[in-house]
Write a protein that binds this ligand. Structure first.
Ligand SMILES: CC(C)(COP(=O)(O)OP(=O)(O)OC[C@H]1O[C@@H](n2cnc3c(N)ncnc32)[C@H](O)[C@@H]1OP(=O)(O)O)[C@@H](O)C(=O)NCCC(=O)NCCS
Length: 207
């Protein structure tokens, strides 16, 4: 264990020397050494103290274009045991993975801004896109709009969260759903498109 940790720390030092915008707090998991980093020279990726991931090489992908900024906050868990995690931030985009959030085998993509607040969870196979990523036609250009995922929200497996979605705190998105707009706080939604189906209490201590 200690030998692995030492090797990881050496590799992290090498990665930080190679990518000037990469900051990994010394108290973050050394397993961030086995992630894949595709960072443009002026992109910035900050990983805070207590952030964790597994030691499964190549399962965690950071793809940051020029001027992109990604923050992984304290005690965030980027879980790779059940699938790859992709964190993609296009030119000038911003992404914040809040304190104690769980990003579990899923794909998060920002062209403007994607934010997960404290304790938010995104389940396996789910995808979050804040942009259509293509023009609709020659007259109607690609649209991007920030996505905001509130405190203690649980997005279950195989969901799609599309541009402009704003999911209020303590809400739940049932598996297989497509979210396209506003979800009020403390609301259970599911379906394609997701519709309100019930109320949810406080989730700040729920796992
Ligand atoms: C959100 C969730 C907990 C809702 O559960 P629930 O409120 O207890 O719902 P119920 O099981 O009582 O089902 C109520 C009805 O809604 C339907 N339903 C429940 N979840 C649904 C979903 N995600 N999509 C479509 N329909 C759904 C049920 O078929 C049932 O329909 P019926 O009344 O016609 O029989 C559940 O849907 C879910 O998504 N679980 C997460 C599973 C998962 O992805 N785990 C991986 C870890 S992230």
């Amino acid at each position: 264990m200690r030998a692995w940790d030492r090797w990881n720390r050496v590799r992290l030092a090498f990665l930080r020397a190679r990518h000037r915008g990469l900051e990994v707090d010394p108290h973050a998991s050394s397993n961030f050494a086995v992630a894949r980093y595709n960072l443009a020279p002026d992109a910035s990726l900050r990983i805070a103290e207590g952030a964790v991931t597994e030691r499964i090489p190549g399962r965690l992908h950071f793809i940051l274009y020029p001027g992109a900024r990604v923050e992984v906050a304290e005690r965030a868990w980027l879980r790779t045991e059940v699938g790859d995690v992709h964190i993609v931030a296009f030119e000038g985009a911003r992404m914040v993975l809040g304190p104690e959030c769980l990003v579990n085998g899923c794909h998060l993509s920002a062209k403007s801004e994607v934010s997960l607040a404290r304790g938010a969870m995104v389940g396996p196979g789910s995808r979050v896109f804040d942009s259509d990523q293509h023009d609709l036609d020659d007259a109607r250009r690609e649209r991007s709009q920030p996505v905001s995922i509130g405190e203690y929200v649980w997005i279950a497996s195989d969901c799609l969260v599309l541009r402009g979605s704003c999911i209020g705190a303590h809400s739940i998105v049932g598996s297989g759903s497509i979210v396209t707009g506003e979800v009020e706080p403390h609301t259970l939604v599911y379906g394609r498109p997701a519709r309100p189906r019930g109320q949810v209490g406080d989730r700040s201590k729920a796992h």
